[in-house]
Design a protein around this ligand. Structure first.
Ligand code: FAD
Length: 535
């Protein structure tokens, strides 16, 4: 059975007994699979889509390529622990390009703009300059972020322990972290300052985890701020290179990735996971199963009802999904840098009310409260625009999932004229607002295609089209079952729901899952990577 060097996956896999089956090839699944492969385990990754990578996959239309869930990723260099582990798991084959000294620009109403730079000192300077009377509050904010991030080590350590032991040790392990996990971002900001605009700016990056300040835990906010303190990066060659390099590590160790391979359910015998049954009825056996297909999907779709421990299922299902989104994928012809496009992401807020989670587009005159815009082709140093100067852009905004629910169950690309008309209408309204901010790009636009929460469900199968798995509220951190070990023997969870939101959050979930499954060997593998190399 042959696999391409550049595409270490195939539609078939050898029929043999595997040490581990990993369901889902998102960042979480790939990470767990690559570590287990490094530990000498025979791993089979099963992915329902025809392209691996989950939200890190790329796709092509006409002459343009886009990524889905990769706009900015932090902590990928040798200086960061996660970056060193990622470097090892990708065999040094995955390269990263910085989005620049300023990786993000925020634009608020009344012409208030602020940039987020790639170092803490400049970040503070930018804030001092914008809010000269708030130096003390800004210093206190950074101090809270630093303390929260160091306190979270205890939390993640407790997550790899079996549930009973974790509960018994929680007065010790969670003593420091609960001060941050239990509070919302809003409550911390209210303690720090009374300046409403400073609060909005400090909360600016909540879009990277999807829970607005009154709901999101300060712990997730601090993790995201810390994640980007040394800038943001983009995978050279596009996000598809993440799967190419991670799954190569799995293949090199004798493992396999099967695409177009949808798991119907996990086989459970005598209270233990023993393999999976595919949608076509095929059974594949393994000593252990890791589900990286999102916690809610695992509980409600993959574990058969009769084998589902009630307390576990209730606890996981009690967690609401993070928001759904629409994304407008744009293809340009021309020099878009002359019209205000750049490698840095640009956030356009139309309101100072950043509690607004989703665009209620039922009012036909309404425009999105937020446009998160990004130009992947300008981030990628290997992108060749060619003589026609081909470039790409993306606009993301949150929408209520319920507004699309009536088309659930219809087939992709065949959802009917009413749905297509809605997409055209939303596209027109998003472009109207976008061109208000970037008028020079209008004559260069050649292609625009909208994805909806149903597109997201079709390709990646998250619950309710969620962009970041379950919500990142204080309840998430108190939930005893968002952990890699499940009450079913030999069944583990991986991905963003047991780590954190975002690509590196899912990567962390993948690591925790491997450590929970193979504690001694995984820690032996990870220990040398804990210290920065002296090379
Ligand atoms: C529009 C958008 C923009 C984003 N931007 C950023 C960003 O800039 N930076 C950042 O860090 N994060 C970003 N994210 C978030 C980030 O991409 C995700 O949090 C992360 O990639 C999730 O990884 P995961 O492995 O947990 O899940 P997923 O990537 O969702 O992987 C789950 C996989 O399981 C597969 N699966 C599900 N059910 C089955 C089944 N029955 N059988 C087989 N396979 C199955 C799915 O097909 C999928 O491949 C963005 C997300 C989106 C959608």
């Amino acid at each position: 059975m042959e696999r391409d060097d550049d595409r270490p996956w195939s539609r078939t896999a050898p029929s043999q007994r595997w040490d581990y089956i990993v369901i889902g090839s998102g960042m979480g699944g790939m990470t767990t699979a690559a570590i287990l492969a490094k530990l000498g385990k025979r791993v089979l990754v099963l992915e329902r889509h025809y392209v691996p990578g989950g939200f890190t996959h790329s796709f092509k239309r006409k002459r343009w390529h886009w990524d889905v869930g990769v706009h900015a990723i932090g902590e990928v260099t040798e200086k960061a622990l996660l970056g060193r582990i990622l470097g090892d798991l990708t065999g040094g084959r995955l390269k990263w390009a910085s989005l620049g000294a300023e990786y993000e620009h925020f634009h608020y109403p009344d012409g208030f703009d602020i940039s987020f730079p790639d170092n803490r000192r400049q970040y503070k300077e930018n804030l001092y300059e914008a809010f000269p009377d708030e130096r003390e509050a800004i210093d206190r904010y950074f101090s809270e972020v630093r303390h929260a991030v160091s306190a979270m080590w205890g939390y993640y350590a407790s997550r790899v322990l079996p549930e009973g032991l974790a509960t018994a040790l929680s007065p010790l392990t969670l003593r420091a972290s609960s001060r941050y996990t239990d509070r919302t971002l809003r409550s911390v900001l209210d303690e720090i300052t009374t300046n409403p605009r400073l609060k909005v700016v400090l909360a600016g990056q909540w879009g990277y985890y999807g829970s607005p300040p009154s709901q999101g835990s300060f712990a997730i906010h601090a993790s995201v701020v810390h994640h980007f303190l040394h800038g943001a990066y983009y995978p050279v060659g596009g996000a598809g290179n993440i799967a190419r390099t991670m799954l190569r590590t799995v293949a090199d160790a004798g493992g396999w990735t099967r695409i177009r391979a949808e798991v119907d359910h996990i086989l459970i015998e005598d209270g233990a996971a023993v393999g999976v049954r595919m949608k076509d009825g095929e059974e594949i056996r393994a000593d252990r199963v890791v589900s990286a297909a999102n916690a809610r999907v695992t509980v409600s779709q993959l574990v058969p009802p009769e084998a589902r421990p009630a307390e576990w299922a209730a606890a996981v299902n009690a967690m609401p999904p993070s928001p759904a989104h629409v994304c407008l994928y744009m293809g340009f012809e021309g020099d878009i840098t002359k019209a205000g496009a750049g490698a840095a992401n640009q956030w356009f807020w139309e309101t100072w009310d950043t509690e607004l989670t989703a665009w209620d587009f039922t009012d036909s005159d309404s425009l999105p409260p937020l446009l998160y815009t990004s130009y992947p082709s300008l981030k990628d140093p290997s992108h060749d625009p060619g003589p026609s100067m081909l470039h790409t852009g993306e606009i993301v905004t949150f929408v209520p999932y319920e507004s699309f629910a009536k088309w659930r169950g219809s087939a992709w690309m065949k959802r009917g004229p009413e749905y297509e008309a809605l997409k055209d209408d939303l596209t027109a309204r998003m472009l109207k607002l976008f061109f208000k901010h970037r008028p020079g790009l209008e004559p260069m636009l050649r292609h625009a295609e909208l994805s909806t929460p149903l597109t997201t469900e079709h390709f990646a199968n998250p619950a309710a089209g969620a962009i970041y798995g379950v919500v990142s509220t204080p309840d998430r951190y108190r939930n005893p079952w968002l952990r890699p070990r499940t009450p079913i023997r030999n069944l583990f969870l991986s991905g963003c729901d047991v780590g954190s939101a975002g690509v590196m959050g899912a990567f962390a979930g993948g690591l925790l899952s491997a450590v929970a499954a193979e504690p001694t060997a995984a820690l032996r593998y990870l220990r040398p990577l804990a210290m920065p190399s002296r090379r």
